[in-house]
Design a binder for this molecule. Sequence first.
Ligand code: F6P
Ligand code: MG
Length: 457
Amino acid sequence: MNQIPPPYYNDDKNSFAYPTVHKRWPTIIEGGIDDMKSAINGDSKLENSGNEIIRQLQSLLVAFKNDEEVKPFSEEAIKLNPSLIRYNESLKELNKVRKVTWLTGPWLNLECYLYQAINQIFISSEDSYWHKFDIFEKLKNQTFQQSEVGVLELCKRYEVLTTQLSDSLSQDTLKILFSEFIDISLWGNATDLSLLAGNVSLEDIQSLQGEKNRKKNEENILVNDLSQAWDHLLKKGSKEKRLDIILDNSGFELFADLIFSLFALDSGLANKIYLHSKQIPWFVSDVMPKDFDNLLQQLIDPQFYNSLKSNENHLSAASTVKEKISKYHESGQIIVKSHMFWTLDDKFWNIPKYGDLYDDLLNSDLIILKGDLNYRKLTGDVQWEPTTSFVTSIQDLAKSKLPVLSLRTCKADVVVGLPEGLNEKLIAKYKSMGNEKGEFWSSSGKWAVISFSDGYN
Ligand code: F6P
Ligand code: MG
């Protein structure tokens, strides 16, 4: 086994961790505070408890600013959320390497810790109103609403698909469709709200949502193991297949994942799809079970998508998609789950140590992991050479018998599986595009990777 490199640290100016903790985290929390203010909105019953939450969010901001030591979660916090024991354990280990402070500690662990700390503020409020409150919901809804054009384009694409699918479809055609709908799901990941706190504009994101743009971006997929994943599925023969999607963001990305799910179920590629969501508000935009329900409502709501009022074709396409998803959901072919593992700071190398989750996932024929954070957790978010193989980078997971397919637009430092010399070319290219740090190409969301391991390495 190769030696494991060190993680990315928050004080490394060459890492995307640095602008994240200095600029993006404060922006995200300040935005949350503004949204809290509008949630309280003069409601005298919520004022005291709401202001207490704001005060605690502000003290988190001060903790970053003063680079305070990151404290273990208290006994009371653990009582409310037992998964925090794991955080305290990992903090203890990390402190052995060097004292963990907000501005110098390991990026991945602290970013996870941050979202747990925010959640803790809400679930420990004296007013139970806040216990299930999602501080990021307003932002999630806004961005989904702004994705109207992309969403309706996908609804129309789905209507056409229903006329393309038939029993006599050749395997080659099915493979082409599989690749197209995977592409839709992949680029759906470019819509990530926590990036909005950085330097990516909404126009940038919308520009990745349409078919034309997906085609244009094909050459930006730097690693593409999709054929291996396809062959793996074919090897499973004609038995009924289960796919799992470890979801990332709600809104447009979730919608794209659902469109992929419809394709997989309608075409007979799978007969069950498990969607794994988060139990708490996570990295701003990640899917919680209630976001799935919200999306289904919003999709056919003319107050939400204006063009549904005036355009009957849009309304009919959106209704078809909504009804299809609901039908599969009701019949138990689309199942929404969540497990506390997905909101730990643990690497996915350790999935086999979480017995119930591992046993469940062993039943899957393909586990699709969406997005950047899942990729960081797959590869451990350590400083691998970009030419390291994906299989090496996921360590024990590579021999866990779990077939994993990662669909990731690159929004952080770690990247593996690149051919010799490509990283250097991309650094030069990103610099020539007017960016100060060429190395940040891999955090820009403009490139993507599709990586596969069958679990038997
Ligand atoms: O831009 C960096 C970042 O905020 C990372 O912290 C995180 O890995 C990622 O974005 C979230 O992206 P995604 O929603 O694709 O996991
Ligand atoms: Mg996310």
